[in-house]
Design a protein around this ligand. Sequence first.
Ligand SMILES: Cc1cc2nc3c(=O)[nH]c(=O)nc-3n(C[C@H](O)[C@H](O)[C@H](O)COP(=O)(O)OP(=O)(O)OC[C@H]3O[C@@H](n4cnc5c(N)ncnc54)[C@H](O)[C@@H]3O)c2cc1C
Length: 392
Amino acid sequence: MSTSTPHPLDIVIIGAGIGGLSAGIALQRSGHRVRLFDRVPQLTPAGAAISIWPNGVNVLEKLGLGAAIKAVSGGMDAMSYSTLTGELLTRFSLEPLYQAVEQRACPIARTALQSILLQACGPEHVTLGVTCEGVEALADGVRVSFSDGQQIDADLVVAADGTHSRLRNYVVGREVQREYCGYVNWNGRIDAADDLAPSGEWTQFVGEHKRVSLMPMGNGQLYFFFDVPLPAGTPNQREAYRDELGAHFSGWAAPVQRLIERLDTAIVSRVEIHDMPPVPSFVKGRVVLLGDSAHPMAPDLGQGGCQALEDAWVLARCLALHAPDAALVEYNAARADRTAQIMLRARERCDVTHGRDATKTQAWYEELAQETGERVIAGLAKTAAGGGEWLA
Ligand SMILES: Cc1cc2nc3c(=O)[nH]c(=O)nc-3n(C[C@H](O)[C@H](O)[C@H](O)COP(=O)(O)OP(=O)(O)OC[C@H]3O[C@@H](n4cnc5c(N)ncnc54)[C@H](O)[C@@H]3O)c2cc1C
């Protein structure tokens, strides 16, 4: 990316998650003046780890952070599925994927990713503990109001304020509701051990419309999660997690039982998974949605964070090549369809895995028993390579 732009802009970014920080880095490298604001007093990401698939790693490489990310992420060389009783359905190498898209996947601790992004963005550009309360269009920019009473005028506001975005309704022009995907996810980290999952392998157990996953996340640890289809609003009581999981996974394979016995419930997150139908536009005037504010999706493709990274890169490229209003039109054209397709595919994957139609889930279990890796890798490669010319 060019390090300067003919018209440096004054840009305010709301939210210092993966989307806000990566946009901050990309926009600063184009020569813009960037200020980020987050409502939390301290940046502590929710969730233990995140799998950054090759398309996300490609953006991190473009931002100059590939080596830093690779140094601390997990080595994930193979993938397997077993039945709930531990009978192997399929196991295959991920090397053909990495060769086809010329990039690896990097599962990484969320704290490590955030720290790398924050350092690259410059902590001095990030103000914590202030909530954006609203925006108002000006003749050639935007006025942003904050909870501490200050107002800031900017040429452009990037709303990277996450799945509960306050600015989304402003951009879309109506109230938009998230939708419950029908399952609860417990996730956390645990010391790696061969009696939980083979080293270097993403290990999954599936059955009864539930799923257990163990993935290497670097630093000698495994990122684990459990998915269970449940009605919305079931009690979330940390002291009950082990018993709850014990009941949901009674009779499952020995590694699943060991995982439940060993997990530290103090560092487990329990999340009701939501997504949203795609919104028609990410842009209103000089306010632009990016990351989960634009496209909260089911995590079943592991693409929410990767798409936030793609958004950040494309927004900065568009602004480097066009005047602001034209750049935002380009950004919207490049990102709205791409992310809508991924949101819909993530929901389809979610529905098949979690038994929305039991016949389809049963057919998937049967497919897995025949899987050589080719079909799964083709799907992963399609997602990784589908970002269009802005990401080439
Ligand atoms: C269980 C689970 C597993 C997942 N696994 C993966 C995976 O493997 N791979 C992947 O790529 N993605 C994954 N995702 C998705 C990924 O976590 C998100 O897509 C990503 O974190 C979105 O980043 P963001 O910056 O858009 O939003 P966030 O990370 O939510 O950041 C938004 C920030 O905005 C701040 N904020 C909100 N409102 C305001 C306001 N009014 N004023 C100021 N600040 C505000 C918040 O405090 C927050 O820091 C997963 C999600 C879940 C739930």
